[in-house]
Design a protein around this ligand. Sequence first.
Ligand code: PEP
Ligand code: MG
Length: 321
Amino acid sequence: LSATTLAAFSGRNTMADGVHVPLLANVGTAADAVQAAASGAEGVGLLRTEFCFLNRDAEPTVAEQVEAYGGVFEAFPGKKVVVRTLDAGADKPLPFLTNLDEPNPALGVRGYRTHIGSPGVLERQLQAIASAAALHSAEVWVMAPMVSTAEEAALFASLCAAAGLATPGIMVEVPSAALMASTVLREVDFASIGTNDLTQYAMAADRQLGPLAALNDPWQPAVLRLAKLTVDGAAAAGTAAGTAKSVGICGEAAADPALAVVLVGLGISTLSMSARALGPVAAVLGSVTMGQARELAAAALAAPSAAAAREAVRAALPTLA
Ligand code: PEP
Ligand code: MG
């Protein structure tokens, strides 16, 4: 399947009824971005900036950051690039931000929370993103990882505004942010659901532990319901603000073609994934209408288990059955 579908992917994905679903790439470096652009990605849905600096003991200078981010923007002239601010944590420690002695690192000072103990790092990063954006034509959006409350979202938005960054957003990867989406999303312009962490925290199952893989499954109806709450909350926040709030996905769930159909049916407007998944996801999305995707999303939400949700949807998709 993948050889033919990769060749067939034109870079503009439409469903069988012509609905356009932008397919974006998850990247960590400028080299990844060049490869993603060559694979037909319509933009970047997740630039994991911590990947640019994983081996560094000291905070990168603003000039170094401008160069790293600029390399990504350069690969996508005129296209959307969503930059995530540093997400240091247990699985990807940055010595200048993380404390390796925490007893429970997944619940510790990680992601946006590092702003509390290391003031200035986030401000300098936002300044670097703004400077790099000014040098290139990419449409730059900025989001914070591991946001849990409306207060955090509001503070992040104010820091973005101070740096001259016009489109602030948050990752929804902590269940509290999904549950409170209608309030939290009033503070920012968009949300991107990180299903890797959202699943880990919803199921209380460490994403790095193989024996917990069955729990750590984004097909879990509990996770799908949190995604639906986020979409519904974004719609309510958009109505209250008089301006639409878009919701994308940038977790691994978007790279599973059958799950991608479900997520689009739930109302997710963009999908971001590793470049090699673009072709297979485009092929399956192109085989269904939005009406069919909505029906499959309803079936998955109503399923009693992850296995039942997956089987119901896969059986209904002729290209996968
Ligand atoms: C996620 O949590 O789904 C996500 C995209 O972020 P990361 O995998 O980098 O934690
Ligand atoms: Mg995450």
